[in-house]
Design a protein around this ligand. Structure first.
Ligand code: FOL
Length: 185
């Protein structure tokens, strides 16, 4: 059975983006947390983790970090992707196509975890999917003007993960806390 891990940073009102970028100033340690979790320990067994994103999230990643290194990049887009020939980048026109690849017996041996990294529409699909397992939410404790939001959720229980540090963090004058939720179903 596939397991989707969602990772997101969001304000209290669940704002996640503004004009194709982050609503908040650059948060380096928060981004380091994203990188650490999404890379995981898969490299140790010669496997990689998969990051699944929509086209706008793909375009929001700075060119020098794209494709996200040491991870298999899955991009959902209804048009053809610019860098589909690049290694570790797969473009899909639909979730059905993407699921076929995830379920391919040969390809299954190449990956470990699956991380859903946005944006709004992609999170919405993943949250209601039977494969949804955990939500790694960075709770940004300040409001910023946002034009994209994470979907509201319920029926999740807060859990702890030894990879995720507890307590309030602060950088660039912004406070945040790492939270982990699990699908109770
Ligand atoms: N989840 C969390 N917790 N924080 C985020 O910033 C975040 N961002 C996205 C999805 N989930 C998130 C989507 N946006 C990069 C840029 C944008 C982005 C995700 C990743 C990126 O460039 N990552 C590089 C590191 C860049 C750096 O070190 O500055 C990477 O290798 O992960």
């Amino acid at each position: 059975m596939l397991k989707f891990n969602l990772i997101v940073a969001a304000t209290e009102k669940l704002g996640i983006g503004k004009n194709g970028t982050f609503p908040w100033p650059s948060l380096k340690k928060e981004m380091a947390h994203f990188t650490k979790l999404t890379k995981g320990t898969a490299q140790l067994n010669s496997k990689k983790n998969i990051v699944i994103m929509g086209r706008k999230t793909w375009e929001s990643i700075p060119a020098k970090f794209r494709p996200l290194p040491n991870r298999i990049n899955f991009v959902l887009s209804t048009s053809k992707l610019d860098s589909e020939k690049a290694p570790d980048v797969y473009g899909f026109n639909s979730w059905d196509e993407l699921y076929d690849k995830l379920n391919d017996e040969k390809f299954k041996e190449e990956y470990e975890q699956i991380w859903i990294i946005g944006g709004g529409g992609i999170y919405k699909h993943a949250l209601k999917s039977k494969y949804f397992y955990r939500l790694y939410l960075t709770d940004i404790k300040q409001e910023f003007d946002c034009d994209v939001f994470f979907p509201t959720f319920s029926n999740l229980m807060e859990v702890s993960d030894p990879e995720v540090p507890a307590g309030i963090h602060e950088e660039s004058g912004v406070q945040y806390e790492f939270k982990v939720y699990q699908n109770e179903l």
